[in-house]
Ligand binder design. Structure first.
Ligand SMILES: [Zn+2]
Length: 499
């Protein structure tokens, strides 16, 4: 199968065809840096970082750009509140954003261009639009004339006459059309600004992204991403001004990720999902989340939903996600213990594995199937949820295999090699998305408790093996008194929890 992507521009899944064979350019709208980033700001970077890693794995040469909006009314207002300069505030918030991304394993972004470093490129586009009479000045502001773009509204499927609302520009001085938006905003001498042919001012938000994306990826590039809330007016306006200026298509594929919603329980006991917003007071800064949870878990959580779906955020959802992820880590731990080999090493190739009986063959088949289906899921509009389900299936197959072959007690070298190589297949697949790169500390307990519990679990497994049920039951009951529950499964005990 080839890569297929859901394109907001056409409202359907399409076969992906890059502008230049073998190469892919991706631009993603980044944050406006005036407040510490919340979890919603991490969704896009984590998704597109994982997406790039997958595309690179598939043999593409990929350039990923995420911009920083470091000049904006919001930053100006917040900096005045804090009594610092706009630059100072933007710098501080950008540094904290980068630190969060680093922790979340977002390390494949090629450039993080800042709007204030691209004023000349912005002015150049506005000049081009002026020459075509698609832009006009009003008292030091410059507006884009939406009627000069024949297919204005094609991304959000809005007709021009519906567009009197939704514009980010509150100024309505003497615009030609209600939907016209600002490319340049006049600034007073005491305000932050740059010289332009129309007087001192600062760029509008939309034009910043047009200038930066085309600067790094060319006038026509492959993929433009961002949150679904940016479709209108931001992305619609990016298309209008870019295509009117160049006369060429702007981005060929528009990928929009779902938003993060807060899942909360109302006083009535009913669950509800609401948008994260400052006014609702339900914004969780990433910094705080990283203190509560491991970065691996947060990355795993964000990737366990297909990117177009909303992510419902709650402590319960994170815990459920942790349970799933720890099941995988426990299997890896188990194989590591049995084989004393590094399960995070590279699988030497499933085709090299030899099966001596049906049980072996069934595991080898499961591993091959998991690999194929994992890639297939990602090729199908980057379905990370489907891909992770394949990893789960493979882990279950390995657990069954360890149990059937009694690898915990029997010295079966060939069986151990098979368990090790298939477990390495699990980490190899995960690593395509930047997951399962190394051991994790279980945040729910300290390391010693984990090790001791593992020892007890093994002793109990041995007791059951020896049909010494009195001893194995005594261990379970004793743990029960300590409020510890063993997770007994048909394929063997693989975990424990404290109630
Ligand atoms: Zn943007």
């Amino acid at each position: 199968m080839a890569l297929r992507l859901y394109n907001t521009l056409t409202n359907q899944k399409e076969d992906f065809k890059p502008v230049e064979p073998g190469k892919i350019g991706i631009y993603v709208c980044g944050p406006t840096v005036y407040k510490d980033s919340h979890i919603g700001h991490a969704v896009g970077p984590v998704i597109f970082d994982a997406f790039k890693k997958f595309l690179v794995h598939q043999g593409y040469e990929v350039k990923l750009i995420i911009n920083i909006t470091d000049v904006d009314d919001k930053i100006i207002i917040e900096s005045q509140k804090q009594g610092v300069s706009m630059e100072e505030l933007a710098k501080k918030v950008t540094a904290s954003y980068f630190e969060c991304l680093k922790q979340l394993g977002v390390n494949s972004v090629d450039e993080f261009p800042r709007a204030t470093d691209h004023i000349q490129q912005i002015l150049d586009i506005i000049q081009k639009l002026m020459k075509k009479d698609a832009a006009y000045p009003v008292d030091g502001d410059v507006y884009f004339d939406v009627t000069k773009d024949d297919d204005y509204g094609k991304l959000s499927n809005r007709r021009l006459d519906e567009q009197t609302e939704g514009s980010r520009d509150l100024a309505s001085k003497e615009k030609r059309n209600a939907a016209d938006f600002a490319l340049w905003k006049a600034a007073g001498d005491d305000e932050i600004g740059w010289d332009s042919p129309w007087g001192r001012g600062r760029p509008g938000w939309h034009i910043e992204c047009s200038a930066m994306s085309m600067e790094y990826l060319g006038e026509t590039f492959d993929i433009h991403g961002g949150g679904i809330d940016l479709v209108f007016p931001h992305h619609e306006n990016e298309i209008a001004q870019s295509e009117t200026a160049t006369g060429k298509p702007f981005a060929n594929y528009w990928l929009h990720n779902g938003l993060t919603r807060m899942r909360t329980k109302a006083a009535s006991g009913e669950w509800k999902n609401e948008k994260m917003s400052k006014s609702l007071g339900n914004i969780k800064p990433i910094k705080d989340l990283l203190e509560q949870h491991s970065p691996q878990l947060l990355r795993y959580f964000l990737l366990s939903t297909q990117y177009r779906s909303p992510i419902d955020f709650s402590d319960e959802a994170i815990e459920a996600s942790e349970k799933g992820m720890m099941n995988i880590y426990r299997l890896l731990d188990r194989v590591n213990r049995i084989t004393t080999e590094d399960v995070f090493g590279v699988c030497s190739g499933l085709e090299n594995l030899s099966a001596s009986d049906e049980t072996d063959q069934s595991l080898v088949d499961s591993a091959k199937q998991a690999k194929d289906k994992f890639i297939e899921a990602l090729e199908d509009d980057f379905n990370t949820a489907g891909a992770l389900a394949e990893i789960f299936d493979l882990c279950n197959a390995i657990n069954r295999y360890v149990e059937t072959k009694k690898l915990e007690t029997v010295n079966d070298t060939a069986g151990k090699i098979l368990a090790l190589e298939t477990a390495r297949q699990v980490t190899d697949l995960g690593q395509i998305l930047g997951l399962f790169q190394g051991p994790i500390e279980d945040s729910s307990s300290d390391g010693l408790a984990d090790d001791l519990m593992q020892l007890i679990i093994e002793l109990r497994a041995q007791a059951r093996q020896d049909k010494n049920y009195a001893l194995s039951d005594a261990i379970r009951d004793g743990l029960g008194k300590l409020q510890i529950t063993l997770e007994d499964r048909p394929d063997g005990t693989t975990g424990w929890s404290r109630s």
